[in-house]
Design a protein around this ligand. Sequence first.
Ligand code: WT7
Length: 660
Amino acid sequence: MANGSEGGGGPAIENYYLEERVFEPSEEFRAGAVVGDRSLFERAEADWEGFWAEQAAGLDWFEPWETVLEWDLPFARWFSGGKLNVSHNCLDRHVAAGLGERVAFHWVGEPGDTRTVTYRELLAEVERFANVLKGLGVVRGDRVAIYMPMIPELPVAMLACTRIGAAHSVVFGGFSPDALRDRINDAEARVLVTADGGWRRGQAVALKGNADVAVEGTPSIEHVVVARRTGEAGGPTTMVEGRDHWWDELMAGAGPDCPAEAMEAEDLLYLLYTSGTTAKPKGIMHTTGGYLTQVAFTHRTVFDLRADTDVYWCAADIGWVTGHSYIVYGPLANGATSVMYEGTPDFPDKDRWWDIIETYGVTILYCAPTAIRTFMKWGTEFPERHDLSSLRLLGSVGEPINPEAWMWYRAHIGGERCPVVDTWWQTETGAILISPLPGITACKPGSATFALPGISAEVVDDAGEKVEEGGGYLTLTRPWPSMLRGIYGDPERYRETYWSRFEGRYFAGDGAKVDPEGYLWLLGRVDDVMNVSGHRISTTEVESSLVNHASVAEAAVVGARDDTTGQAIVAFVTLRSGEDPSPERGEELRAHVSRHIGAIARPRTVVFTDELPKTRSGKIMRRLLRDVAEGRALGDTTTLADPKVVEEIRRLSTASPTEE
Ligand code: WT7
């Protein structure tokens, strides 16, 4: 992207993972593979709408729906006419069923402090906080922004919103003030719920400080609620009279009872922003009845949940969709007991994760391949000195898991008794769509196997023709209850992004391969969205940030394959005349992106170059940059305006890259 002009590149199937993903299961593996009861699939195939209605009937409805599905492509309405409340389904009905003393969350803070929250306690806090929100003027239909660390107050705030019919927009605590401000403004949130700070690798991150900067540019925010977490450790917290309020003080003054609003099945439940191929993030819209139906169903079936005995741990952050669906809504709707952990795997030491599993007797572990590969790098000594025998099921999510990591995970963490479920889904899909079902699907390590009951996934070629065997684009051929209902404020972009590339199909943006037995192998994104440790970051967003820097003339960003993080961000930067490349300048640019978007978007490598490889029409050829970044032989260079440019870049990038 040039300073002040447009860049970009057309989509092409990228086979990042293709070579290493051709995995032939051994005879032994085949012999041991269980192919169990397929009746769930058969029922769903016979009548998929009826199948979803059956699943929805597992929830408490205040009023029954009139129609299961109204489908006016690409706009779906599920369970129209039905009324329900999400917090009622996640809390009240379990307490009413006598499960009030069941633990909802075993919470572990990064410094090692702990809290146990039962369903009864969670309900009490949610009712009180719902009254706090009402007291601040929040009414049904409003949006509330939430910018918090992984503390119990975060699910409390989300559930309180659902109780009174306000939609939440959770912004990941690692995002910068700019990113927070843009998301608040897009949603026009009236209230922001945050904390004084959050712990990150022993440091107190000043969330309220970030929030203060963001709120300077958010005319819609009337009140800021601040939970106490880090205290003075993160420096003093400034409270603006009349606007800012301490969580505990408001709670102390709020009433204990708050009835759950009867919401329409299609009322907005939440917005969650995800990167697109432009710099503007998309506010993905999820609604009430279909979403809760499908997250509860998938959480139950994919993890083979036994709610009365399982201790389930999803090690994601609630700032992402994984946490929304599989820390908060799915597990709570099913009355499950979860572990919730504030920290990262590598702090305070390499034993923390295994300590948690041992202490709480975790039975189901759900995490990302990037974490698994990190553990592989550290070696088996850490898991080996802990008793992990409580584990009975392992899950993976966020990016393709390579067969080696899959097998290591099962051999060294779960043991051979544990099925591994590799679960494919997206912020947009709301719930897991492709995954093995334990005891039912025979696995191949590295393959997410098949679409779940009720879901129809097909791989198609460029022309949109179904591919029976081989590579292509992953599409979905029918609507599903937890599908996104749109992009907030931009129905056209919704149609354009997801439903226009292949007629009548949802295009997921991922490449996939079908093997001779019909197994699906995910190949990664085919657009300009990178997948760094399971976080989606758009190349354009990082490029815009770079060209915002006064020294930068032009920048092109690619995701290069990385053994640990899946992809790593590599930036090719041309400086303005008069500016000189130096390691310090590289550092400065990395820090600039980090400040602007967040640390997750900081380029691993900055390569300075006098020119970027372009086609004669002026398009940056990212494919070639990716070849360079991944140290591959160059692909076709015939369309390049100046073929010498790439060789020069290759020389520069091997000579003196700025790297961590
Ligand atoms: C993208 C969605 C799903 C929650 C976390 C990410 C990639 C996700 C898998 C998997 C291969 C996967 C895809 C997808 N992805 N799960 N099991 N195998 N790739 O949510 O940020 O919306 O990203 O993550 O590329 O499109 P997200």
